[in-house]
Design a binder for this molecule. Structure first.
Ligand code: BGC
Length: 382
């Protein structure tokens, strides 16, 4: 493990740790960048937590802690080269522990909802905690967002990286199987924050991992003027508790059609049952691409700053959530009070409630198989 405040050029972590070279001087076009590490306090149970700063040669910087794998801040340039933080969150670990609507975290074992907290696998029924009445949401009471992951900063060919590992015990939060999960964040030279998940189990189980950053590409205010393109012809409509009905409904002619880039606010308040159920957008889109193939899911542009976020993934679905449950009760970084629709989430994942929906792509994982999921948030400006 590295010492506090060590700075690691991407090409020569070992040399830097040994103090053999200057940190700032070593860069390369293929994998330039560096990582530094410092304490982020301790959890209420006394477990020390570290914050890792990944920086690429363009000055893009991601700060990530190993409590929940939370992306604490993400500094990206606007069209004039001005850097700004584009994710919501808190300044301190204690605030994350006290109350967080999943700001910036890794989500598991099951991202999104499972109806009534129950599912059957191989004929056996499993019961999960009901933490979003009447359903289970985002892994239950103590999901992957609330555990301390084992961290290993390193450098890959792609850039500075942080490996996070967690062993979720058989029966944890009601899910079967000892699950060994690895999440690797990499900050690449093309200004992408990339997340590669792998996982294995020793018993048949279900798994749906994702990431939950709340983005605001302007860095302030509501997100209604952000313009969204979604690469999807269908979405999964929900009931009033946000559980899919099982239908894959064409978006054509509905406020869910983002094949033509459209402002989030353009249709969000229309008289539409699905929008009412979600209090806005809080739905899963069926992405137009082959299963397991890495492809573009979404492109979001912010007109005043010119910032662009592209979301790519190997997953089949994308939950686009327009921050409808933010209500002015949480005060975040730098005193910004997070109001209704001050941010949006783009969560690549399998469809909600898949364990209970035989027509949805399977989320089962068996011993001997390796779960894989890549999520890329790529930033640019126009
Ligand atoms: C869900 C929302 C939920 C939010 C929790 C999103 O992934 O789709 O319904 O309220 O997470 O912060």
């Amino acid at each position: 493990m590295l010492n506090v405040n060590h700075c690691i050029p991407a090409l020569s972590a070992a040399a830097c740790v040994l103090g053999l070279v200057g940190c700032a001087s070593l860069t390369s076009p293929s994998a330039s960048g560096r990582i530094s590490q410092k304490p982020f306090g301790a959890t209420k149970d006394g477990i020390p937590v570290e914050v890792f700063t990944l920086r690429n040669a363009n000055g893009v910087e991601a700060r990530i802690c190993n409590y929940g794998g939370i992306v604490l801040s993400l500094q990206v340039p606007d069209r004039n080269g001005r850097f700004g933080d584009v994710v919501l969150g808190y300044d301190t670990l204690a605030e994350y522990e006290k109350e967080s609507p999943y700001f910036g975290c890794l989500v598991g074992r099951y991202g999104n909802r499972i109806a009534k907290g129950k599912f059957k696998l191989n004929g056996q029924e499993y019961s999960l905690a009901i933490n979003d009445k009447p359903n289970t949401l985002h892994g239950g009471i103590k999901g992957f967002d609330k555990v301390v992951w084992k961290a290993r900063p390193f450098t890959s060919d792609l850039g500075p990286a942080l490996e996070l590992r967690y062993l979720s015990k058989d029966g944890e939060e009601g899910y079967p199987g000892n699950l060994d999960v690895k999440a690797v964040y990499t900050l690449t030279a093309d200004n992408s924050l990339r997340l590669d998940y792998t996982a294995t189990t020793d018993k048949d189980t279900v798994l749906n991992l994702t990431h939950h950053s709340y983005f605001n590409l302007a860095g302030r205010g509501d997100i209604l003027n952000h313009v969204v393109y979604l690469n999807a012809d269908r979405f999964t409509p929900v009931d009033s508790t946000l559980i899919p009905t099982g239908e894959l409904r064409p978006v054509k002619g509905t406020p869910f059609d983002f094949n033509t880039p459209t402002a989030i606010g353009a249709r969000i308040n229309q008289d539409d049952e699905q929008l009412k159920f979600g209090k806005g957008y809080d739905h899963n889109w069926v992405i137009n691409k082959p299963m397991k193939q890495l492809g573009l899911m979404a492109r979001v542009t912010e007109p005043t700053t010119g910032r662009v976020l592209e979301v790519l993934s190997t997953e089949p679905g994308l939950q686009f959530y327009s921050g409808n449950f933010l209500d002015g009760k949480l005060k975040g970084k730098g005193g910004w009070v997070y109001q209704f629709r001050n941010a949006f989430c783009m969560e690549p994942q399998h469809y909600p409630d898949s364990p209970n929906q035989p027509n949805f792509p399977s989320v089962a994982l068996k011993p001997g198989q390796t779960y894989q999921n890549t999520i890329i948030y790529r930033f640019s400006a126009q």
